[in-house]
Design a protein around this ligand. Sequence first.
Ligand code: BGC
Length: 735
Amino acid sequence: MNKRKLLFNALGSVMLLASCGGNVTSENREMDRFVSELMGKMTIEEKIGQLCQCSGGFATGPNNTKIDRTEDISKGLLGSMLNVSGAANTRKYQEAAMKSRLQIPLIFGLDVIHGFRTGFPLPLAEAASFDLDAIERSARCSAREAAAAGLHWTFAPMVDIGWDARWGRVMEGAGEDPYYGAKVAKARVHGLQGDDLSDESTIMACIKHFAGYGAPIAGKDYNSVDMSMGHFANFYMPPYKAGAEAGAATFMSAFNDFNNEPCTGSEFLLRDLLKDKWGFKGFVVSDWGSVSEMINHRYAADEKEAALKGITAGLDMEMVSECYSKNLKALVEEGKVDEKLVDDAVRRILEQKYKLGLFEDPFKYCNEEREKSVIGSKQSREDACYVAERSIVLLKNDKNILPLSKDVKRISLVGALAKSQKDMCGAWSCADVSKVVTLYDAMCERGYNVDYVEGYNLENNKIVDLNRTLSSARNSDVVIVAMGERAWQSGEMRSKGDISIAEEQQKLVSELVKTGKPVVVLMMCGRPVIFNEVRKNAPAILCTWWLSSEAGNAICNVLWGDYNPSGKLPMTFPQHNGQIPLNYQYKSTGRPTANGEWCAKYIDIPTEPAYPFGYGLSYTTFEYSDLKVNDSVNGDVYANVSVNVKNTGKYKGEEVVQLYVRDEVASVTRPIKELKGFEKISLEPGESKTVTFDITDEQLGFYNNNMDYVVEKGDFTFMVGTNSKNVQSIKYTLK
Ligand code: BGC
């Protein structure tokens, strides 16, 4: 093997950014002085109050008994509320907080997952853009609108890596890849928080769900998670760490257990790794009721023990359940909890309130005038359309059916989803449903001659009046079929045992294809789905996910070629449920997957996915050539990998050039390939560009079994291409 090991800090220490509070600046000293003075005046009850968050509105979890907490607020016994929004509404509660003895302002949080009143594509869809600027732009718009509606905090981004498409929450993340997930996490945190939390158009981000929530056993939401530390460090940890590095103000502990402890009570995760090793200075909030759920985990006998385990682990704020408010004082008095632990949690929360500027003006986010002008503004709509166009993935385009000619006269638009504003929003949406432009609306708005037919029943997926649908198709120039899952079929508590698209919807497409008319399928979904019959029969397929407010406009822009699709799948699409969990980044094993007999495969289903990670076509074509490695470089860069990419087709287009790396032999088993770089380039027809990737520790290293980040000398293969499967390779040796 002959490899030299370069050791780094165990589990990687984090470079703190100013927004996370790591730098000792005069501003920080002023904050320390202010917070210390305030804490000096606080009673233990008031301190514990800061650690409590209640829901003020609708339920996003069980046990949502509505109790009016206004009196507690005016006694200074509550630190935060969730599920309350609107400048006027939040003002009402903030006024109550201003009646309290020390007038400590509340912070208001909400799950602003993909846009606020102006909805943006699902996070998974946005990730398909491989466009970090677009992703940041989306988060910035979400923050701008949310902050104008009195909010200080979103419970986003969800950065959990997902390899299991049965898990409904994959819609909320950036897909399966840790390298890409880390880049997206940074972009989202920066988009939400900007460079200054006191800016009225930014809000606090919350990295969730720490940790490993995306790997529940059998894809069942809330299920246990069981993985080795090496697996965690290499495949699941990078986006969380990136979120801390980006200066996220808060983290959320996950519902699941991790290494035999509920995350909410895991001292290893919250205190040792996040706060000590990574130097995270913000605060950790539990997930909805997850402190008291430690009783269900059978990790705590009762609420008192749950409170003890939470505060000891480093869990600062309790969402919804009331273990802290009911028990922390007694625990301190009995000497079971050192008051210093409570103080540390209080300080972290007060510091964020200070950074938001709430002590200067508790009502600065409660401006109804601003709310009116910012929400749904022209800028928001433009941003939403821009991001939505870039989220669409072209999966198939036989005989270049797409883009459609501007001369297409008669369109048969089939499928109830084409007209459903609610579905278009996607799961976990704050969007104003009445302002969502459906596909049908957008086509009519453009003056096309559209014959809309329901096609199938939205509730039971049965074909509706096949004859009518087929005659509409026969009388048209092109048939556009909107199909897929309902929006509510992905998201929290929406795990599925079967991710196939309903049989009758698929049959309908086959019947439409038989008419001989060109058929374009729009696959609307919140996760990878299985649709083998459609894949085989339909000549053109676009994956349009759920794109929210501007869905119809973005889809039309792509159908008619005003925007040439450039999205790439951020998750592998399986052919069969039995293949799941499925990802491109698997390990060789001792009996690598192949066509032979004694190898890793199934006897009844294929091992190949339907579409690999990173897959997506364009209306134009790209040719890759001249792949080279140059190792005459200096500094922290070991080598450069370069490739020439030429637009060989008729249209201007964007291509996501992807770099994958394989460590040929290592001291631990390593994946067959890992994404380690990507660049999205735009090329005119006939134009070429050389794309160069730097090879540094980030490209070559990994966590070994001592949890050290190491780079080992030896042979590597660099692969560059248009998706994780279609690549060209070149060898490299690190000497
Ligand atoms: C989810 C979190 C969410 C919280 C508050 C929980 O059920 O797991 O992601 O932020 O509810 O709505």
